[in-house]
Write a protein that binds this ligand. Structure first.
Ligand SMILES: CC(C)(COP(=O)(O)OP(=O)(O)OC[C@H]1O[C@@H](n2cnc3c(N)ncnc32)[C@H](O)[C@@H]1OP(=O)(O)O)[C@@H](O)C(=O)NCCC(=O)NCCS
Length: 282
């Protein structure tokens, strides 16, 4: 098959595969039916959709290949096989499309331009930023100053992560005049329960060689502005109490200490404390 562009990312390819599979009224209806009924046998589906078994199995095969539908049993085309929709796949597609919408939307008040030694601009991240975001995140992971995460990330994994960040959880990047990404920040789900919808967690990472130039400050300001615009009531973070630049930055932005979890994580065989901070957004 001819690929559209050689640089198509894994996330783009996955979204295109799913959209192709769904761009057929029978298959679309089949997915709606499965989402409604949770699971169905092949016979039940054939009956509900008034399809011949051979036609049904063709449609199901396309949806399975695209990762939209899952089946019980290894033997294909058995009338008693159960089929269900993979909710994670639909969440991925929804997140991917809403990410596109988010990028297409203008955010004029948030087009931060920070004057330092050069000009630094803050904008919404695109899939093209995935490699730079991975590199900067990996520096934070390797430095052991910022996170309990120890698994290094690949550009492909970050592209998937970006694609699933919906409009309420944007990822911002700070870029210089040449377009080089110097740092990134993201608003993250704090807790999926609806009662916590007004609270948002965040991450902030600046490339090693650009720390201490005010980029973290600018990114945090932009994250706060965006959080307000999105209607959040509170921002929270978890960090190491030993992270002096981070602590200084958060305190300067009005975050206050909620408390410290003592010996909360085990990093390289040593207990690590984790501090929790919060800021009510006015
Ligand atoms: C924490 C981090 C995001 C801050 O970004 P930054 O661009 O380096 O920060 P800024 O230059 O905007 O400001 C940092 C503040 O910390 C201060 N600071 C820097 N090094 C410091 C140190 N060793 N001790 C105390 N304060 C320090 C700076 O003086 C500045 O405060 P000021 O403006 O009041 O003088 C960045 O250092 C980083 O990415 N670190 C690794 C990842 C990380 O720790 N992320 C946060 C996870 S919670």
């Amino acid at each position: 098959m001819k690929t559209l562009r050689p640089e198509q990312t894994a996330a783009e390819a996955r979204a295109v595969r799913m959209l192709r599979a769904l761009a057929n009224p029978v298959r679309f209806h089949l997915v709606e039916l499965l989402a409604e009924r949770k699971d169905c046998t092949a016979s039940q589906l054939a009956q509900a959709l008034a399809l011949a078994p051979s036609s049904l199995s063709e449609h199901v095969a396309i949806l399975r290949e695209a990762g939209v539908v899952q089946a019980s049993g290894d033997v294909a085309n058995q009338p008693n096989n159960y089929y269900c929709v993979d909710p994670g796949a639909l969440d991925f597609l929804a997140g991917y499309l809403s990410g596109l919408g988010q990028r297409a939307r203008a955010w004029p008040p948030l087009d931060h331009t920070v004057r330092m030694e050069g000009t630094v601009q803050i904008r919404d991240a695109t899939l093209g930023d995935a490699a730079a975001i991975a590199r900067i995140y990996n520096q934070g992971i390797e430095d052991r100053v910022a996170t309990l995460e120890t698994e290094l990330r690949s550009p492909e994994e970050r592209a998937e992560w970006l694609a699933t960040h919906g409009p309420r959880h944007p990822v911002l990047v700070a870029v210089d005049d040449a377009g080089t990404v110097l740092g990134w920040g993201s608003l993250n789900v704090f807790n999926p329960r609806r009662a916590y919808d007004h609270v948002v967690d965040f991450s902030l990472y600046v490339a090693r060689e650009h720390r201490g130039r005010g980029i973290g400050d600018a990114l945090l300001g932009a994250l706060e502005d965006r959080a307000r615009l999105l209607g959040y009531h509170k921002m929270v973070l978890a960090a190491f109490p030993t992270n002096a630049p981070g602590k200084r930055l958060y305190e300067r932005h009005g975050f206050s200490l909620v408390g410290i979890y003592h010996e909360q994580g085990m990093l390289d065989g040593r207990w690590v404390d984790v501090m929790v901070m919060e800021k009510i957004l006015g």
